[in-house]
Design a binder for this molecule. Structure first.
Ligand code: FAD
Length: 512
């Protein structure tokens, strides 16, 4: 390479790595008095996320020393009026997929650094925990366990923040019993897009409370949440069984979630490509009979794995085993494929982290993640499976595919989350990884596969909803929200009229 050209490349790349922001932004923020600090250098970390595909550099990163820092900053930006193009994005753990927690040229608030909102557990007949919007669910769990308590509803992975998952829904195998995480919140403290600091609940500022739950960060920054707790189980029996027939698999799942006495957690996944860490990373399941598990020969067929747990402690082990046996006797899995394990409740809830550590050590965690999460109505799940698992998905697919039923009655339709209009619908999650080491086209191939799945849903008239939705045009967002759009847009006008918050969701564009 020519010397001058080489020098030029180094300088350009250097300016990205050590990005120094727009001096105009720095001076416009000078009057701001805060307990924490604003950083104008080293902002490039705030331009990354788990999806690893979008990089939008902010002008500044706020490390809030207090909740009033968050309010003062948003109030300041609001006070600059509609002539300013500055936006503000709360960043939880940055585990979004398409830049949703980024702010191009704006201010990113590092919620994990928020001080002055310590986790406080309240015992009593209806126990709850008050936690910072920037707290990781994992840390909240550890604090609750000290009191023998735990939140009721989870995500599969705990290294996500309270504010981040409550802005979506927070779904896992407990949602059929307790609803998603957004159905288990008593109260929120929120900084609106005008910089007001408000408490809200079903009784106080109820419109803002429901707007923020599943609200994709559009109506305010959640600085504190009050979350319902239950007595924490000590141990779980963790069970997996396999099916080769999709209809039996889903009928059994639906039967189990409809029973009064049933498992505590029910999920399922599709096994297409059985080789490689990337397809098996989603959990640390170690069956008591690993040889039998590894020797099971599926004859090249697609298999469906039903995964369940039952909580217990020393005193209830016997009765738990009887209940499990009775439940298993109702199922139609392949008889030789019953795999069981017993682990502590903490080990079970934190199961994905074990795999994260493994993937990180092999450089396979920080790779592009072209994930696609869909909520499919029950009446169309077989059509969907026949086309997608039968034709579109290849056995070169890189990553787990989750599939399990949820029930609408456990969701509150006053929140901003949108779901299909049927009592039972399925979460189908294509959790692909696209490491450049596997082959250069893996990202492109996964994205094309996602497009084919979405096209098929459109052609076949499947009225699905995207979970962790990603759209780039407002018409698409309108279609996503359907008849809920009018209310969504009205709430935006009330709580964030200048379109300052969460610009990375690309729903509303700040006009200058
Ligand atoms: P971020 O990515 O930082 O933010 C997400 C959005 O919320 C952004 O728009 C941001 O501006 C906004 N936001 C962040 N904090 C706040 C706040 N305090 N107030 C208001 N808005 C805020 N989801 C499930 O439901 N179930 C799962 O089992 C599950 N498993 C996952 C496993 C992995 C490995 C990963 C990477 C993601 C998983 N998710 C799951 C998705 C996850 O819930 C979302 O990506 C979530 O947004 C991540 O939280 P975060 O703290 O990283 O949020």
């Amino acid at each position: 390479m020519h010397y001058f050209l080489e020098l030029f490349v180094v300088l350009v790349l250097g300016s990205v790595a050590m990005h120094v922001s727009d001096p105009g932004v720095a001076s416009s923020l000078e009057p701001l008095r805060i307990d924490g600090n604003l950083s104008f250098h080293d902002v490039s970390l705030a331009a990354r996320d788990f999806g690893n595909r979008y990089r939008l550099l902010p002008s500044a990163v706020l490390h809030p020393g207090s909740v009033s820092d968050v309010a003062a900053t948003v109030r300041h930006v609001f006070g600059m009026g509609s002539g300013s193009k500055l936006t503000v994005a709360a960043r939880g753990h940055g585990h979004s997929l398409q830049g949703q927690a980024q702010a191009d040229g704006g201010i990113v608030v590092r919620m994990e650094n928020l001080r002055g909102c310590e986790t406080k557990v309240h015992d009593g007949e209806q126990p709850y925990v008050d936690a910072s919007g920037g707290a990781l669910w994992f840390n909240v769990l550890l604090e609750c366990l000290k009191h023998g308590l735990a939140p009721k509803s989870w995500t599969d992975y705990l290294h996500l923040t309270i504010g981040g998952t409550l802005s979506n829904a927070g779904i896992s195998g407990q949602a059929f019993r307790h609803g998603p995480q957004i159905s288990n919140v008593h109260q929120l403290e929120i900084v609106t897009g005008k910089g007001e600091l408000l408490n809200c609940s079903a009784e106080e500022n109820a419109d803002l409370f429901y707007a923020a739950l599943g609200g994709l960060g559009q109506f305010g920054i959640i600085t504190r949440a009050r979350i319902a707790l239950e007595p924490a189980p000590k141990m779980v029996k963790w069970i997996r069984v396999l099916y080769s027939d999709f209809a039996s698999f889903t009928e059994d799942q639906e039967m189990l979630i409809s029973l009064k006495e049933t498992f505590d957690y029910i999920e399922g996944f599709v096994i297409i490509n059985r080789t490689g860490l990337l397809n098996n990373w989603r959990s640390s399941f170690n069956p008591q009979n690993p040889v039998q598990a590894s020797e099971f020969d599926s004859d090249g067929r697609i298999l469906f794995c039903l995964e369940m747990t039952k909580n217990f402690d020393q005193d209830t082990a016997e009765i738990m085993n009887q209940q499990v046996e009775a439940l298993l006797s109702k199922l139609r899995y392949i008889p030789s494929t019953l795999f069981q394990s017993e682990v502590s409740y903490l080990e079970f809830l934190d199961r994905v982290h074990v795999s994260e550590v493994k993937l990180r050590s092999k450089g396979l965690w920080e790779v592009p993640h072209p994930w696609l999460n869909l909520l499919i109505p029950r009446t169309r799940i077989r059509d969907f499976a026949a086309e997608v698992f039968g034709k579109i998905l290849q056995d070169s697919n890189n990553g787990p595919v989750l599939l399990y039923p949820l029930n609408k009655s456990k969701w509150d339709n006053r929140t901003s989350a949108v779901i299909p209009d049927e009592e039972i619908f399925y979460l189908v999650a294509f959790l692909s990884s696209a490491p450049s080491s596997s082959d250069h086209d893996s990202l492109d191939r996964a994205l094309k596969q996602n497009d084919r799945i979405l096209d098929f849903c459109k052609q076949a008239g499947i009225r699905m909803k995207q979970y962790l939705p990603y759209y780039t045009m407002q018409e698409e967002w309108r279609a996503h929200f359907g008849d809920r759009w009018v209310d969504f847009a009205r709430r935006k006008g009330v709580y964030d009229p200048l379109y300052i918050l969460a610009p990375g969701q690309r729903i509303f564009q700040k006009a200058v």
